[in-house]
Design a protein around this ligand. Structure first.
Ligand code: FAD
Length: 227
């Protein structure tokens, strides 16, 4: 093994093969073109196609081959930047808005899974946030999270390796197999006459009053980077 090369393998890409799509070979028209077939692009395309829009998705790799296929796939409303920081910067109302929008996103994913009957190992779980024992932010974050409307409580650590950490437990979090999820959404999009092209790099966008032209060119990436 090459000692200079550290390889990681995503559990999602290792356990599920996403469907393949052709590359774009001709000029086409659409109401909306989305660049990027990760969870953001696929979700956006699914919602627009559900509203009757003619949607095209273009990705330079395979679907889910960017960050999406390499995440921990923890669907969380606990914002990485911390509620205490958001409250300090933007006030309680905005912190509540941010928290509500994150919780709505989880409900939306669950709604889509139920509507499309997607088998993606979706499960509601509790989320834990660990703080070093002397971390002053702990109380600040606990109180700000409550003010923001989060269902949070001080808890024992569920992990022996984190037993010396102060712990916040958040209810209403979730996990799923993210590639199974987006593969089913891709399938639903094509059933609604949406089009998905992979292995196609978008290298320029021309915007005028009449139209937007998305230009594609050389393919840069054909496989997920981690494989
Ligand atoms: C290690 C890690 C763990 C994470 N864990 C979590 C987690 O547990 N929970 C969570 O909510 N978030 C997590 N995140 C963040 C999460 O990965 C991202 O928020 C989410 O997956 C981003 O999805 P996306 O669709 O915006 O981007 P991506 O999945 O990266 O999709 C963007 C796509 O656009 C394509 N693309 C870009 N430019 C072009 C172009 N010019 N032409 C054609 N195609 C193009 C890329 O190839 C890619 O496929 C994690 C991130 C990392 C790095």
């Amino acid at each position: 093994m090459d000692n200079n090369c550290i390889k990681t393998l995503s559990v999602w890409t290792d356990t599920f093969k996403v469907p393949e799509f052709d590359s774009l070979k001709e000029n086409i028209n659409a109401d909306v073109c989305i660049v990027g077939a990760g969870i953001s692009g696929i979700t956006c395309a699914y919602l627009l196609a559900s509203e009757g829009k003619k949607v095209v998705i273009i990705d330079d790799g395979i679907i889910g081959g960017g960050e999406t296929g390499n995440t921990t796939a923890h669907i969380t409303s606990v914002i990485d930047d911390r509620f205490s920081r958001i409250e300090k910067l933007h006030g309680i109302d905005r912190a509540q808005m941010a928290s509500q929008s994150q919780r709505n996103a989880i409900f939306e994913i669950e709604r889509i899974i139920n509507k499309e009957n997607i088998q993606c190992d979706f499960k509601k779980v509790e989320g834990y946030l660990f703080f070093k024992a002397d971390d002053k932010i702990f109380t600040e974050e606990y109180e700000a999270a409550m003010r923001a409307g989060m269902e949070v409580e001080i808890s024992d650590s569920p992990l022996s390796s984190f037993k010396d950490y102060k712990t916040l437990k958040f209810a209403g979090q979730a996990q799923f197999h993210v590639l199974k999820y987006i593969a089913s959404l891709a399938n639903a999009i094509t059933k609604m006459n949406g089009k998905i092209f992979t292995g196609t790099f978008v290298n320029d966008i021309e915007d005028s009053k009449e139209q937007v032209i998305i230009k594609t060119g050389k393919v840069l990436l054909l496989k997920p980077m981690m494989q």
